[in-house]
Design a protein around this ligand. Sequence first.
Ligand SMILES: CC(C)(COP(=O)(O)OP(=O)(O)OC[C@H]1O[C@@H](n2cnc3c(N)ncnc32)[C@H](O)[C@@H]1OP(=O)(O)O)[C@@H](O)C(=O)NCCC(=O)NCCS
Length: 172
Amino acid sequence: MREEIEIGIREAIPTDAEALLDCLERTAVQTGFMTMGEEGSGLTVEEESQHIANIYDSPNNCLIVALIEDKIIGMATIHASNKPKIQHIGELGIVVDKEYWGFKIGTELLQEVLDWAEASEMINRIELKVQKRNERAIHLYEKYGFELEGIMERGVKDNGEYLPVCMMAKLI
Ligand SMILES: CC(C)(COP(=O)(O)OP(=O)(O)OC[C@H]1O[C@@H](n2cnc3c(N)ncnc32)[C@H](O)[C@@H]1OP(=O)(O)O)[C@@H](O)C(=O)NCCC(=O)NCCS
């Protein structure tokens, strides 16, 4: 039987910077599925704090975090341009600390970020890239209506191996 855990889900605020960088650095090396690796983000806490503040104030960018008390254990992001011709396109990113996989945290983060996008009235296309071998993430995206638009052969190189990457999108 699985233990019950209490998870908070909310938009990130600047004081989350340190916990967010911790989470990013932890998760970057847990799987080969993240674009960032052991090189880390290279950002200081101050820089990350400013970055979060910019996202918080933006109408078409968002950063949602999942927390257990003060520890960030997952996040979902929508990144969009401020160029008028493409400001309706949000690029989705999502990660959950491997220790907490299978507790529906990824599902909750995705639901939250989709609700945010709908409410934004600005984002009406969400796109993402996911490695073809990442069946768990693809299952999640398909369940929420994302469709495959193409495959990038040699879309990523992990441990010296070139791997195909799926381009998926959902119109909202
Ligand atoms: C993808 C990720 C966010 C999912 O997080 P999670 O909290 O474990 O997700 P959930 O518990 O909400 O749901 C997982 C779903 O995948 C399913 N699943 C688990 N293993 C699977 C597999 N090998 N193949 C297909 N589906 C699988 C589960 O049954 C569940 O689906 P269901 O709700 O329909 O039963 C998490 O695995 C992660 O952070 N991975 C590393 C980073 C990453 O890959 N990000 C996406 C890059 S684009």
